[in-house]
Design a protein. Structure first.
Length: 277
């Protein structure tokens, strides 16, 4: 099974409306929640999102930035790491109970390199998440260097991490190659970040995030991924594909192109008011 969706639902024009989850659910069967990265969302938000999506819909929830080492400044939770994880787990409970949680995505920062201390960080995070499904995405090339790639993948399999495979610019240590390896039988993620090489490296401009994800995949690039996705599908129960190249409005169109290439026509979507094209 291959499920295709977008990173967030607020940046896209869908059926003539903008930023509405109900309309989004008429086009795609899965979405990545990125607001959870910036702040742990109140349970009522997840309850609302459950109500706005059809029964078979799925959420990929991004781990809070304090859980992945992105947080600038002091931990806002007085009880430390334990309270932070417990608060996050409590917040996503409505999605779990509704059977709509695909996975929690732990995306670690570009400075999170491959060393023993960081391996221990991963072990600790995995243990704290208990039986909640978790996906792991690296942003530092050292995890997939020739001598470490197999060890990294073996570790992920042993610890129960789903692999979040990246399509992103190759700009040195702060990016990872596309490693087409499954680490969990239930699910594998693929995230399309675009291939904007010049815009990938963070700079001091206020709009650097918009520049980074400004990219429109061409037909040949998507056709290559069609074959790769079919290969991955043979090794895992579900492949969840997320287009994150949303700053220029290309994500929805690219997702629809890939769906057409794969002949995907999802059942159980929300009623569609207007067609996308």
């Amino acid at each position: 099974m291959i499920n295709i969706g977008l990173a967030g639902w607020g940046d896209h024009e869908l059926g003539g409306s903008r930023g509405k989850l109900r309309e989004y659910g008429a086009h795609f069967p899965v979405v990545e929640v990125d607001t959870s990265f910036y702040a742990i969302q109140p349970e009522r938000n997840y309850m609302k999102w459950n109500q706005e999506t059809p029964e078979g819909f799925g959420f990929i929830i991004k781990a809070y930035q304090g859980m992945t080492g992105h947080l600038r400044g002091a931990n806002p939770f007085a009880g430390g790491i334990g309270e932070m994880f417990e608060t996050f787990l409590q917040s996503i409970r409505p999605v779990q109970e509704a059977g709509k949680l695909k996975t929690v995505l732990f995306q670690y920062p570009p400075w999170f390199d491959c060393n023993k201390a960081n391996v221990d960080v991963l072990r600790d995070a995995r243990e704290r998440m208990g039986d909640v499904p978790v996906a792991l995405e690296f942003r530092h090339q050292s995890w997939f260097k020739e001598d470490m790639q197999e060890k990294t993948l073996t570790f992920m399999k042993r610890e129960g991490w789903m692999h979040s495979i990246c399509d992103e610019p190759q700009v040195g240590l702060g990016s990872v190659p596309t490693v087409l390896e499954v680490t969990h039988p239930d699910m594998t993620m693929v995230r399309f970040h675009g291939r904007n090489v010049s815009g990938w490296v963070q700079n001091n401009e206020a709009n650097w995030r918009d520049v980074r994800y400004l990219y429109n995949y061409n037909q040949q690039e998507l056709l290559e991924w069609k074959d790769w996705l079919l290969q991955l599908q043979e090794q895992t129960r579900e492949v969840c594909v997320v287009f994150n190249n949303n700053s220029g409005g290309h994500a929805a169109g690219n997702a629809k192109q890939l769906m057409a290439m794969l002949g995907l026509d999802y059942e159980g979507l929300a009623p569609r008011q207007l067609d996308l094209f």
